[in-house]
Design a protein around this ligand. Sequence first.
Ligand code: BGC
Ligand code: CA
Length: 284
Amino acid sequence: MKIEIVAKKINILGEGPTWDEKNRRLYWVDITGKRFYYLDPDNERVEVFPALGMISSIVTTNKENILAATEDHSLYLIDNKTGMHSLVTTVESERMNTRFNDGKVDPFGRYVAGTMDMQEKNPIGSLYVLSGNDVKKILGNLTISNGMAWDVKNQVFYYIDSPTKKVNKYYFDKNMNIELIGTAIDFKHEIGVPDGMSIDLEGNLWVAHWGGGKISIWNPNKGRKIDQISFPAENITSCTFGGDGLTDLYVTSAANKGSSDLGGTLFRVRTDIQGSKSFSFLVS
Ligand code: BGC
Ligand code: CA
């Protein structure tokens, strides 16, 4: 598969790509670079927006704003036109040693995001669900909360806490209560740790390898690898499907200290596989 370079070495920690179907844009963030971006694939233009602090994920909503998770453990709605912020809620306000990491909207319009130990050592992070203005914790003891994907047909939620080197699977219900079923994918023999992920319409998972320079594609029911795509960057952080027909895979990456690889680049791979869409948060 041909790898396209969309924005070369643009990020320190590129993350959280999400496809805005309505405006035909790809949003993503640079967490430590304290910026977020969108790409208009029609003219390949990239717009950059500075953030006040670290911003770990942004998602579209059903209104004219976006929802952002920020360094101070808060979730804000940001008006698309004015840039005005309004606080929705704050979690873990007593903690100085955690921050939000990956976040995504579930098929019911709720925002799910987890926190991580900034030292990347101890299981002091949690996973939260924001429904309207109400936030609840659904998992604890997480070290680096990362990728998420929902298989709507089988009511399975896939989730990654990176240092475990596993993609776990859970039953989920309409209120996003979850119950562990087991391990879907074991990364024991893989290079790097699993970071962000996406699911395609056949139910296969596309998992980013932090420290492994690739996206691997898995049948999660069999725990078997189907294929992999290698990138000229060691730290591949996440991926999502976008473009007409949701067949373009957008891939984010992070800079790699002391290396001359293309870390920090936004890549694109044109596939013939249809991905699941990025859902929008339902503002209450
Ligand atoms: C985090 C990084 C972490 C990486 C690998 C990313 O999602 O933001 O801080 O090093 O995952 O686990
Ligand atoms: Ca991540």
